[in-house]
Design a protein around this ligand. Structure first.
Ligand SMILES: Cc1cc2nc3c(=O)[nH]c(=O)nc-3n(C[C@H](O)[C@H](O)[C@H](O)COP(=O)(O)O)c2cc1C
Length: 176
């Protein structure tokens, strides 16, 4: 069994969400699975341009690392999607993958694959974020079998005790 984990935080090895993903992948290894972790934040993946070519020809005409990610996802039995909570949402990096995937949805290319969604956040607002990843998996024809969120309080502490260098912003005056 092959399990592919997607990391989408721009914080690389410092990412809280990556640590959660690595723990999940370690668990998969212990059950005998072959694993692969992909850091999409390090890859060159352009936005969808809504050119419609994937609908017309079955192929995305943008040639970049999206195709590398897609090939790995299509070869996987299980997919672990992970994203930190960014403004009660997934990261732009992961959303870009989703937006490039209409073909996967229309052709139900994740049929028979199982998915898990992971997030970390500075607050308890995680259900919406997990739901976005679960929905993508289901829209693509896959099944979701679990989700997990971890609260990372260090960031909250930083906001409560801002550094002296923090800029004080004035609210802009409304122009009439
Ligand atoms: C741009 C940005 C937006 C964030 N928005 C939220 C938010 O809306 N709600 C929340 O609970 N945490 C928010 N956080 C905190 C992160 O979700 C939290 O620190 C997370 O663990 C970071 O994960 P990472 O280390 O994998 O990048 C935000 C952090 C950043 C950098």
């Amino acid at each position: 069994m092959k399990i592919v984990g997607i990391s989408s935080s721009p914080r690389g090895q410092n990412s809280n969400t990556l640590k959660l993903l690595e723990a999940a992948l370690d668990g998969a290894v212990k059950t005998g699975a072959e694993i692969e972790s992909i850091d999409i934040a390090k890859m060159k993946i352009k936005y969808c341009t809504a050119c419609n070519s994937c609908h017309e020809t079955g192929v995305c005409i943008i040639k970049d690392d999206y195709n590398v990610v897609l090939e790995k996802l299509l070869a996987a039995d299980g997919i672990i999607l992970s994203s930190p909570n960014y403004i009660t949402n997934i990261t732009a990096q992961l959303k870009t993958i989703f937006d490039r995937s209409p073909l996967v949805i229309h052709e139900q290319l994740f049929d028979g694959k199982y998915g898990i969604s992971l997030t970390t956040a500075g607050s308890g607002e995680v259900d919406f974020v997990l739901g976005i990843m679960d929905n993508f998996m289901i829209h693509c024809g896959g099944s979701t079998i679990g989700e997990l969120a971890a609260l990372c309080l260090r960031v909250l502490q930083q906001w409560k005790q801002p550094s002296k260098n923090r800029v004080k912003w004035e609210k802009p005056l409304l122009k009439r």
